[in-house]
Design a protein around this ligand. Structure first.
Ligand SMILES: Cc1cc2nc3c(=O)[nH]c(=O)nc-3n(C[C@H](O)[C@H](O)[C@H](O)COP(=O)(O)OP(=O)(O)OC[C@H]3O[C@@H](n4cnc5c(N)ncnc54)[C@H](O)[C@@H]3O)c2cc1C
Ligand code: FES
Ligand code: FES
Length: 481
């Protein structure tokens, strides 16, 4: 017996069956639902033309809306959610334009109009949650929206103007969400494939034991693209996003425990406190829409050599807990990455949580990302540095890089050149020279090998300057600490 997919779309309950589990929300909206206001630009989470608002019922009874990219959200993962598309704005504004739409008109913030529904939804979502959003918050809200004709100034002006207009709130319906919440695993089984959404870690372990070749799905910001870009068949999908126990972010005696299914947005505040550069780095992972869906666990599990989570987490000595029906085991995060696309995960196992230990007071730490664009761009090089100091001498060094090898990788020779020495220009020069033995980076569309090698050394130099010469201003945003 299969369940039907249930969600509230623009205020109405929808019950869906008979559609393939890999259909995206965008395909559903523009197809069976006949709601063509939400646009398809890239179908890979990059342009924001497909932005919609989605709320889910949280443990505390709240149901905040988040902006997401409908183009890479698989339809059954929306089971139990409330969705608002651009068509609904005239309903909440009693037939008039929503203030954001009105301000877009007044500020001439639309030309061809293709991007406009996406910008409207991103800004509506932001102002709905944060009516006094400042320019930084507005910038973040539209960090995943591209406009090719208008330019961004009129859109920013529209956002500022909308703040001063009478408010039109879009509250989520927590009671309706409670009425469609699942208390046991959601199973959607169609001829085209099966989709399971367990609600406890035990159920997840059981279903993975039954289907060891299943594809795990968390935020879908990688998996969604396997469907829309690579046209992969995913016969069995197991979704982690409904397991409350996997979404928690807790401080246990100073150690930060991040459930693998916590999104970057959910883990943001706690992670940002972990050290210099973390907040800047987190703000540069994808866009706000990507961070509202993408999880810390998915970022590690995909094993990408250019994922932004692993370098700082390895420098901070994070460990991961892997779980299956057979039990749990813990692993230093750096040991999880064996080779390109090869990770230490057995069939039936899943990442349950990531533990970031309390940082010692005498540890110097910083993390950096270098990419061509500030927002929504994959790193050319990402680095996380930690030096454990003992009376001015480096007792231990962890210098971890992304983008420099086939996996996130520590610079072992450079680290060895630092240990036992004072943190001086000479030690820095020795470490930079040793780094040539650590890496033979690739040239690709993001950066040449020579550029990567040079950036890796220069980031260490920046770390030295920021930790030894606080009076020197190295970046627009901050100093290390
Ligand atoms: C437009 C765009 C921009 C992006 N920008 C960045 C960026 O700036 N920096 C960056 O690092 N990444 C970026 N990404 C990649 C992606 O968003 C992140 O890697 C994200 O954290 C993946 O998490 P997810 O939950 O969406 O993973 P999913 O797509 O759900 O899954 C990713 C992989 O992990 C597996 N998996 C998921 N959860 C678990 C689990 N609990 N246990 C075991 N396996 C699991 C899945 O089977 C899959 O193989 C971007 C992606 C897009 C589309
Ligand atoms: S269509 Fe481009 S982000 Fe979805
Ligand atoms: S108005 Fe044409 S893409 Fe933005």
């Amino acid at each position: 017996m299969t369940d039907t997919i249930r969600f509230i779309l623009n205020g109405k309950l929808c019950e869906i069956s008979g559609l393939p589990p890999t259909m995206t929300l965008l395909q559903y909206l523009r197809g069976p639902a006949g709601l063509c206001g939400t646009k398809e630009g890239c179908a890979e989470g990059d342009c924001g033309a497909c932005t919609v608002m989605v709320a889910r019922l949280e443990k505390d009874g709240s149901a905040p809306y988040r902006s997401i990219n409908a183009c890479i959200a698989l339809l059954p993962s929306l089971d139990g959610r409330q969705i608002v598309t651009v068509e609904h704005l005239r309903n909440v504004a009693a037939g008039a334009l929503h203030p954001v739409q009105q301000a877009m008109v007044e500020c001439h913030a639309s030309q061809c109009g293709f991007c406009t529904p996406g910008f409207v939804m991103a800004l509506t979502n932001e102002l709905n949650n944060n009516p006094q959003a400042d320019d930084t918050a507005i910038h973040d809200a539209i960090s995943g929206n591209l406009c090719r004709c208008t330019g961004y100034r009129p859109i920013l002006e529209a956002a500022r103007r909308a703040k001063d207009m009478p408010r039109v709130d879009i509250p989520a319906d927590a009671a309706a969400l409670a009425s469609i919440a699942r208390t046991k695993m959601f199973s959607y089984e169609m001829p085209a494939g099966k989709f399971f959404a367990p609600v406890t870690p035990d159920e997840l372990a059981d279903v993975l034991a039954q289907y060891p070749d299943a594809y795990m799905l968390s935020g879908g910001t990688d998996v969604g693209l396997w469907v829309t870009k690579f046209h992969m068949d995913l016969p069995v999908i197991v979704y982690t996003g409904n397991i409350a126990a996997l979404r928690g972010v807790t401080d246990v005696d100073g150690n930060l425990e991040i459930g693998a299914a916590a999104t970057y947005s959910e883990a943001f505040a706690a992670l940002a406190k972990r050290g210099a550069g973390m907040e800047d780095l987190l703000r540069r992972i994808g866009s706000l829409h990507i961070r509202n869906a993408g999880t810390v666990g998915g970022n590690i599990a995909n094993g990408s050599p250019i994922g932004d989570g692993p370098p700082p987490l390895i420098a901070l000595q994070a460990e991961i807990i892997l779980r299956s029906q057979k039990g749990t085991r813990s692993l230093a995060l750096e040991k999880y990455f064996i080779a390109y696309k090869k990770q230490d995960r057995q069939p039936g196992e899943f990442i349950e949580k990531i533990i970031v230990p309390k940082r010692a007071e005498n540890t110097l730490f910083a993390t950096y990302k270098v990419s061509k664009r500030f927002d929504q761009d994959i790193s050319a090089v990402c680095a996380g540095f930690a030096l454990d100091m003992d009376g001015g001498v480096i007792r231990a060094a962890r210098l971890c890089y992304g983008g420099m090898a086939a996996t996130p990788k520590r610079a072992a020779a450079a680290e060895a050149a630092l240990v036992g020495k004072p943190w001086t220009r000479e030690a820095l020069a020795d470490a930079a020279a040793a780094m040539d033995k650590d890496f033979t980076p690739l040239s690709d569309m993001r950066a040449s090998a020579a550029y990567r090698q040079s950036v890796a050394k220069n980031l260490l130099k920046r770390f030295f300057i920021e930790t030894t010469m606080p009076e020197v201003k190295t970046g627009v945003y901050r100093h290390a600490g």
